[in-house]
Every structure is written in structure tokens, then in C-alpha cells.
Design a protein around this ligand. Structure first.
Ligand SMILES: Nc1ncnc2c1ncn2[C@@H]1O[C@H](COP(=O)(O)OP(=O)(O)OP(=O)(O)O)[C@@H](O)[C@H]1O
Length: 354
């Protein structure tokens, strides 16, 4: 493995910013540290970089324990949210900066900068100054500058945050492609779940200084280990007692019946004729309809519980106050300290009949 954290603890005064943080990042993977503001993402990144010292625990990079190694000796490239490029230096000079410090000979420096300019698609921009570049171009230069000394590990702190929405999307996919092409292990911090899901190979979810879950975006989305994770990745509604719903009332396995329902777990119809399993469907009332681009979000009240679902734009429109039919396919239950995915009993019977 390339990076490993073992039982890291970190306090700032009496405030605990990291609680028993352990994870490994395999070589060549692109890892997203995702969590709400203040959950300790940047602290983790800074400890890996050597800019903060953990109170307890060990950090390994490429199998070597680096706790006592100075930041400059860890073989790390760093890209910040607002990487202030040197304003008085050209793009070429900015990229060459780390190489100059390493006393790389001039000819070699020139070749490396040419390579990097090509990599970031800015070959003809070498003589420009940072203020003559767009935000997205500047961030590419910051990326090239971090890569110039050929680090083993790249750390990126909210690298897209200061860039406008459209360019950010392009930059994300560019960064993902480029990092994979180079095969460099990379860890980036974000508080944007869409960004983490789109860019990362693996996501580490942080909450109040500890790690809630580690996994691929798909695994985390499909099997959130805690209600916090279910909320943070994707949309969800908490229901205090799922046994009130048809098809989930036979579950006697647990004492507590709190559940989480995602929009795609619902089928919302205008009437019984639209439903595949009308008898297993609930009666509901539409409480709100919102345009979501490719579909409509329909908020529907069922047995006093407000649920969020989706409905195709091609179907008969529903309006606030309309009666609706609702079939709940699936519910997540977190009762015993783990996730159980409960399927509607009617669906199971239906598939047996088929
Ligand atoms: N130097 C410091 N001194 C005291 N407290 C700090 C220091 N650095 C961070 N903290 C606190 O530690 C907690 C975690 O901060 P950190 O920057 O790691 O969170 P984060 O998840 O990266 O948040 P954000 O997304 O807002 O950047 C926060 O409550 C923060 O106020």
C-alpha cells in the first residue's frame, strides 16, 4: 500500500479533531476525503503532509513510517484550493519552481516543464503570468507545479472549490483521467458529495473527527453503514417506524424500527391503474412537486410521513393536493448497529408468482 494511517489522534487544545483515524490508500488510487465542514478532513491531509503532528498513531507512506520526517522529505505534492501561484513568475517559472529548489540542471528542468505543459494542455501558455489565466487554467498550473518534482503522493485540498460550476466539472474529469494516466496515488478533500462520487475511486467519510465508512462510491451508496452516511451520500428521509407501511409490518427481528428511504425506493402513481402492485400500495397525498431537470421530485405524505420520490416528466402530471398511490420497494434499517436492506414483502411474493 502507498499510504496508511494507524489509530491517529489529534487535538487542538482541548478540541479533538481526529479520533482513531485508520485507513489505507492503495498505490495509484484516487481517494476522496468527504465530510461536513469541521469534520477533520483537512487535519488528516495536513498530518499526511507533515504540516501537523498527530498526538498518537502512525503514518506510513510507501511502507516507511514518516511521523518524524520533515514535510519536504515525504515525497508529496500539494495542491490547495487557492494555490497562490507566484504572481511575478511566468507559468514556466512557476512549474519549474520545485525543480529549481531541488537543483535539477537547467536542461532537464526545461524538458520536464515542457512535458508538464503538454500534460495540462497549456503548451502555448508558458510565457504568461498567472493573472493572464482563467481560474481553471491556474489550477492546472498548480497541479503541474505539484507534479514537477515527481512526488509519490499527491494531496489536494478542495482543489475545485474556487472555480465556477461548468469549468469545475471539466476540471474534475480532466484531473481524474490525468491522475489515472500517471498512476500517482492521490488524496483530495471535498465537502461536495457529487464531486467525491464523480472523481474518487474510494471515498472516506469523516464525521466529528472519526471515519464513518470507507469504500467505493457505489458500495457506500448502496450499503451505507450508518444513517449519517445514508444522509450524506445521496438523498434520504428518516422514518421513525417503518412497520406502519404495507409490506414492512412483518419484520419482528428488531426492537427499534427506524428506517431510511431514498427517492428511488418509491414508485409514485396517479392512481391504482398506474401501479404494478396496487394492493400493496399506500394511499398518499401530494405535498409538493419540483422540477429536477430529468424528472420531477414529488413530495408525498403517507400515513403522516412526508416522503420524497421521483416521477417521470412523461407521465400524467401530479399537483399539490392530489391523491396519489405510493409503493415502497425498499427501506434501510439501521437497528442493530449495521444496515439491513429490507425489501417489500409484496415484491418478494410477486416475484415468486412470476
Ligand atoms: N490550528 C487549529 N487550531 C484549533 N482548532 C483547529 C485548528 N485547525 C483546525 N481546527 C479545528 O478542527 C476541526 C477540524 O478542522 P478541519 O479543517 O480538519 O475540518 P474540515 O473537515 O477540513 O473542514 P472544512 O471542510 O470546513 O475545511 C474544526 O472544528 C476546526 O475548527
Amino acid at each position: 500500500m502507498e499510504v496508511e494511517l494507524r489509530h491517529i489522534e489529534k487535538h487542538y487544545g482541548s478540541f479533538q479533531a481526529s479520533r482513531d483515524v485508520s485507513f489505507t490508500a492503495e498505490r495509484g488510487r484516487l481517494i476522496g476525503l468527504l465530510g461536513p465542514s469541521g469534520s477533520g478532513k483537512t487535519t488528516i491531509l495536513r498530518m499526511i503532509a507533515g504540516l501537523e503532528t498527530p498526538d498518537r498513531g502512525d503514518i506510513f507512506i510507501g511502507g516507511r513510517r514518516v511521523n518524524d520526517l520533515a514535510p519536504g522529505k515525504r515525497g508529496i505534492g500539494f495542491v490547495f484550493q487557492n494555490y497562490a501561484l507566484f504572481r511575478h513568475m511566468t507559468v514556466r517559472e512557476n512549474i519549474a519552481f520545485g525543480l529549481k529548489i531541488q537543483e535539477v540542471p537547467q536542461e532537464k528542468r526545461r524538458t520536464r516543464v515542457d512535458e508538464l505543459l503538454e500534460l495540462i494542455g497549456l503548451t502555448s501558455f508558458g510565457a504568461r503570468y498567472p493573472m493572464q489565466l482563467s481560474g481553471g487554467q491556474r489550477q492546472r498550473v498548480a497541479f503541474a507545479r505539484a507534479l514537477a518534482p515527481e512526488p509519490e503522493l499527491l494531496l489536494l485540498d478542495e482543489p475545485f472549490a474556487a472555480i465556477d460550476a461548468k469549468v469545475r466539472k471539466e476540471l474534475r474529469s480532466w484531473l481524474r483521467r490525468t491522475i489515472h494516466r500517471l498512476g500517482i496515488t492521490s488524496i483530495f478533500v471535498t465537502h461536495d458529495q457529487e464531486e467525491a462520487v464523480e472523481v474518487a475511486d474510494d471515498i472516506i467519510i469523516t464525521n466529528c473527527g472519526h471515519i464513518e465508512q470507507v469504500g467505493t462510491p457505489v458500495a457506500i451508496y448502496q450499503s451505507p453503514r450508518t444513517p449519517f452516511v445514508a444522509d450524506f451520500i445521496g438523498e434520504s428521509v428518516h422514518v421513525p417506524d417503518y412497520t406502519i407501511f404495507k409490506g414492512f409490518d412483518g419484520d419482528e427481528g428488531t426492537a427499534e424500527h427506524t428506517g431510511i428511504i431514498r427517492p428511488e425506493f418509491l414508485e409514485i402513481g396517479a392512481d391504482a391503474d398506474e401501479m404494478r402492485l396496487p394492493l400493496a400500495s399506500e394511499d398518499g397525498t401530494v405535498r409538493g412537486v419540483y422540477f429536477r431537470g430529468d424528472s420531477l421530485q414529488v413530495d408525498v405524505e403517507v400515513k403522516g410521513q412526508l416522503l420524497h420520490g421521483r416521477r417521470s416528466l412523461e407521465k400524467r402530471p401530479l399537483r399539490e393536493g392530489d391523491a396519489a398511490k405510493v409503493f415502497i420497494h425498499r427501506i434501510y434499517s439501521f437497528a442493530d448497529g449495521g444496515t439491513r436492506i429490507l425489501e417489500n414483502a409484496a415484491k418478494r411474493q410477486d416475484s415468486v408468482v412470476i
